[in-house]
Ligand binder design. Sequence first.
Ligand code: HEM
Ligand code: HEM
Length: 233
Amino acid sequence: MSEVRMHNNEHRTTSAGRLWDFPTRAFHWSLVILIGWEWASSHLGGNWMTYHMWGGYIVLMLIIFRVMWGFIGSTTARFSSFLASPKRTWRYLMTLRGHQHHANPGHNPLGGWAVVAFLLALAIQAGTGLFATDDILNAGPLNALVRNRTADFLTLVHKVNFDILLGLIAVHIVAIALHQVLGGKNLLTPMITGHTSAAAPSMSRAPLAFSRPWVGLMTLGLSAVITWLIINA
Ligand code: HEM
Ligand code: HEM
């Protein structure tokens, strides 16, 4: 791997392999664990709801982190690198029929929109949770800020949106499996190791830039502060 220092806070690599930075991968797998936790804790109920709320705060923090990382993170994590126009997304869909691989390293146009859909659904889930109540023991920290009817409505959204989230996750996993089976493209390993064995993705375009770890840490710290401010609003 040959590295060239570009700025103080990022460095470019011409390595064929590196694709996802650590913060993006840590974000993803923490999310997977936490969504499982949120589901389990909500069904255990009772005192477990305290931990349900804590898990929800961490999800909220992760979402805020990922949105900021979409602007200042590594190339493949940036919205500007994977948000495609409807026209380009359509063209991508058409090329899928011919089993052509898209050359841009990172999310394909459809995957890019899936990121947005996930972030939206997760923000709605965590956001409505703050106002939700089981009308017995447990209520989110912002529940008292709204009228009962509003809180009941937001609780309903909290429940319905979880099913939407499950639907998104199912499509997500099927899409990744189809890439493997029909396209022979392994997306899973890069999301775990950060590296791809696909032919030099960074050679097809400008080299990928990777943000420095301390930028990720600072961003995470800032997301924690913002989350704290929201919870204590
Ligand atoms: C994004 C993360 C979250 C997920 C995936 C999630 C998921 C769930 C699920 C599946 C339920 C059960 C719904 C049902 O009974 O059918 C639930 C209930 C509940 N959640 Fe969350 N939740 C999240 C975040 C939060 C947050 C941040 C809070 C508050 C701080 C919260 C507060 C509640 C409350 C109070 C209930 C009980 C509602 C009831 O039983 O009527 N949740 N949540
Ligand atoms: C709670 C369940 C899940 C949620 C909410 C979720 C969400 C996401 C999100 C938001 C991304 C975009 C990553 C980013 O740029 O920040 C992503 C990508 C990815 N996820 Fe998941 N995911 C879930 C479960 C899984 C599971 C179980 C797998 C394993 C099969 C998986 C494999 C992947 C892979 C391989 C990518 C990269 C796709 C690509 O190359 O474009 N995810 N996921």
